[in-house]
Design a protein around this ligand. Structure first.
Ligand code: SAM
Length: 297
């Protein structure tokens, strides 16, 4: 029975949508009723006590703050899009990271948000409207069919690849990790087939992103704890990435939990741990400087 108690140690993270409200104003407003502090690593992320239920809070309902976890809020920050850039969100619904990109870009520049599933396009459109993001163009397409040489994408400098994954990093909300038999990363034999199919798509999507000629930064993320969807995907695209002039960047170098040491470059990869961080997550960053051959003015 002990194992069925809710996990009361997970803080309630709240990401402020700075398109609508400043972090200070959100903190003051939430601070009227809750103990609030700013996250030490992720900008515009507030930390409230575990168990805080904000689903009906007016700031959530009017899109001023989003109930988004810490690791999930690190992904758009890792891409580091500048105001005025063009960026592509390859797998975007329901759009939490799309509108985070919009906020980081202060509404300047353009975000192309691609989503294949028709029902989920509606969720994406709702999230964008709710967040007040005006510089997002929604594409109801299969990302793999977008032509990298299409002039519509020639100015794309950043791509976020947050593909469908097993969700094994967030499935611990089912409290499996409190069971004595819990083994992080363990895969049932019957599950391997599904993971292999997911990993094949993840690899294709990431390779596709790396093939856009003007792109300088590509972030790959999953909410999976499995090596096959994370380090193995990165390892399998590295030769192509390197041949295209990319190298692995190090998102959040201060963060201590890095990739599993199964590839040489694992220190560049970022992992969040389902037990320690209450959320399993993976982030990788590819960077290249394509403007390096331009003469300095
Ligand atoms: N980035 C989203 C967010 O932060 O709110 C979550 C993305 S979710 C993990 C993956 C999404 O990719 C799903 O909505 C799925 O329908 C979509 N998807 C799967 N295959 C796709 C494809 N080939 N092209 C575009 N979108 C795809």
């Amino acid at each position: 029975l002990m194992a069925l108690q809710p996990d009361v140690s997970k803080p309630r993270y709240v990401r402020v949508n700075t398109l609508k409200l400043s972090t200070e104003a959100a903190s003051d407003e939430l601070g009227k009723h809750y103990k609030v502090h700013k996250d030490d690593l992720v900008p515009d992320l507030l930390v409230l006590p575990p168990g805080t239920d904000l689903h009906d809070h007016h700031l959530v309902k009017n899109g001023s703050v989003l109930l988004q976890g810490k690791a999930s809020s690190m992904v758009a920050v890792a891409l580091d899009p500048r105001p005025g850039w063009e960026v592509l969100d390859a797998c975007s619904a329901p759009g939490n990271k799309t509108v985070h990109l919009a906020a980081l870009m202060r509404g300047e520049g353009k975000i192309i948000a691609c989503e294949q599933n028709k029902e989920r396009v509606k969720l994406l459109e709702y999230t964008i409207k709710q967040a007040g993001a005006t510089n997002v163009e929604v594409l109801h397409e299969d990302f793999l069919t977008l032509s990298p040489v299409d002039p519509s994408y020639s100015k794309v400098r950043g791509i976020l690849v947050d593909p469908s994954c097993s969700g094994s990093g967030t499935a611990v909300d089912r409290l499996d990790h409190l069971l004595p038999s819990y083994q992080p990363g363990h895969v049932d034999p019957g599950e391997i087939h599904r993971l292999t199919k997911l990993a094949a798509f993840q690899k294709m999507a990431l390779e596709h992103a790396l093939s856009f000629p003007g792109v300088e930064r590509v972030v790959y993320s999953t909410c999976s704890i499995h090596q096959i969807e994370n380090e193995d995907v990165i390892n399998s695209v590295l030769p192509l990435a390197i041949s295209q002039g990319f190298e692995l960047g190090t998102p959040f170098p201060q963060w201590t939990r890095r990739g599993l040491p199964v590839i040489e470059q694992s220190k560049h990869l970022l992992r969040a741990d389902p037990v320690e961080d209450k959320e399993g997550f993976f982030i990788a960053l590819f960077v290249r400087s394509i403007h390096q051959s331009e003469p300095h003015q």
